[in-house]
Write a protein that binds this ligand. Structure first.
Ligand SMILES: *Cc1c(COP(=O)(O)O)cnc(C)c1O
Length: 408
């Protein structure tokens, strides 16, 4: 690289910025606890995983062997035989969700996609791009899908081939839609297993649930048809990435022959990142299942610690089971900005990713939130004492506010 001195300064300044803020993140699920320095040397190569890693490609600078290992790992993790599954390393959760919805639509071209109002906003883009009919379903107070409303809407629409978009950990509240309940309710409604498609959006929790003692149902053995996970969230990656796993038989339907690379392609993009499969591979090889369990246990107990501290100060904080997302009433704009909190309506959350090895940042945030909610400050901010009450319980009436979805 030849850069002017001004450009050099710009780079150096950004370097300092990155160093300073490396572990800033408490409001988003990106884990910054990683070290891929052994892979840095590969950045000099134009590695490209265009096409299907399970086929031969004439583009020899591919990392297909690594991608194959990564996909075998996730197939096993999600309880499907690698031979019966197919998936690939994506650009992130959104592409994985899109792939799952695409498979669902190919299976049921006229099917309606049902998703709860707590679903990630990417589904709005996906249904537009794929031109899938869709219907937003109410959420329960903890962020799970409202099962009664789901079934009522399917009945109201007379939909015989629903495509269900289930959240395995919602973005704002870490809520997990119970796919066992969903399937039971569909069966009771007279919709047979072969007549619906079930995609699981496990962007964050797909790398948590496999390592906890009592996971909610989330695997292929539990009835899903496809699942996606983000690589830059729980696993941690300098480049956004993710994986998607689906049933092989459903994937065969969308495969296209490409003579130009002499391979079949089933993926959404053309050229695909060849470095991210190596990053995922390195992460998965560096930690044993026992080590993942330990890391995740630590994150979960840090989340509980945050809940306990906030509750002890009379602040209505809570979290869902097996979730590292701690939900609490939205603090002032000043605090939200200072800690880069993601807020939605009147709630905010903090996420205890593994880079919070000590509680320093979390304590600093909690201290400020508590200071602000001392009776005086609280009254001034909310104009009411009412909202200080409550405590341990998930608020009975959390208003589900996700205005973004009203437009699709
Ligand atoms: C982050 C997230 C996504 C989107 O994933 P990207 O990797 O950012 O594309 C989808 N669903 C949920 C529940 C998420 O939390």
């Amino acid at each position: 690289m030849t850069l002017s001195s001004a450009d050099q300064i710009q780079l150096d300044t950004f370097w300092q910025h990155c160093l300073k803020h490396q572990y800033f993140n408490i409001g988003y699920p990106e884990n910054a606890d990683f070290d891929y320095s052994q892979l840095h040397r590969f950045l000099r190569f134009s590695i490209n995983n265009c096409g299907d890693w399970s086929e031969h490609s004439n583009y020899v600078l591919n990392s297909f062997d690594f991608e194959k290992d990564v996909m075998a790992y996730f197939a096993t993790l999600f309880d499907i035989h690698p031979e019966d599954s197919w998936g690939y390393v994506t650009n992130g959760g959104t592409e994985g969700n899109m792939f799952g919805c695409y498979l669902g639509r190919e299976l049921f071209p006229d099917g309606t996609l049902y998703y709860s109002k707590d679903t990630h906003y990417s589904v709005a883009k996906i249904v537009k791009l794929l031109r899938i009919k869709c219907r937003a379903v109410e959420s329960l107070a903890n962020g799970e899908i409202d099962y009664d409303d789901l079934i009522a809407k399917i009945a109201e629409d007379g939909e015989r081939h629903p495509i269900i978009f289930a959240n395995i950990g919602t973005t704002m509240r870490g809520a997990i839609d119970n796919i066992a309940t969903i399937q039971q309710r569909l069966q009771q409604a007279g919709i047979a297993r072969q007549d619906y498609y079930l995609h699981a959006d496990a962007a964050l929790s797909g790398m948590i649930l496999p390592f906890v003692d009592k996971p909610q149902p989330f695997t292929f053995a539990d009835g899903i048809d496809s699942i996606c996970v983000s690589g830059h969230k729980m696993i941690g990656s300098p480049i956004p990435c993710g994986i998607v796993v689906a049933k092989r038989e459903n994937v065969e339907r969308i495969s296209v022959e490409v003579d130009y690379i002499s391979a079949k392609d089933k993926t959404i993009s053309g050229s695909r990142n060849g470095h991210t499969p190596m990053i995922m591979w390195a992460a998965l090889r560096s930690y044993s299942a026992a080590q993942w369990r330990r890391r995740i246990k630590h994150s979960l107990s840090t989340a509980q610690y945050a809940v306990d501290r906030l509750q002890a100060a009379g602040i209505q904080a809570w979290r869902n089971d097996n979730s590292i997302t701690v939900v609490f009433p939205c603090p002032s704009a000043r605090i939200a900005k200072k800690y880069c909190l993601a807020t939605s309506g009147d709630t905010a959350h903090l996420i205890t990713t593994p880079h919070h090895q000590d509680n320093r940042t979390i304590d600093a945030l909690i201290d400020e939130v508590i200071a602000e909610t001392e009776p005086h400050a609280w009254r001034a901010k909310r104009g009411s004492d009412e909202q200080r009450e409550g405590g341990a319980q998930v608020p009975a009436q959390v208003r589900v506010s996700n205005a973004r979805f009203d437009v699709i």
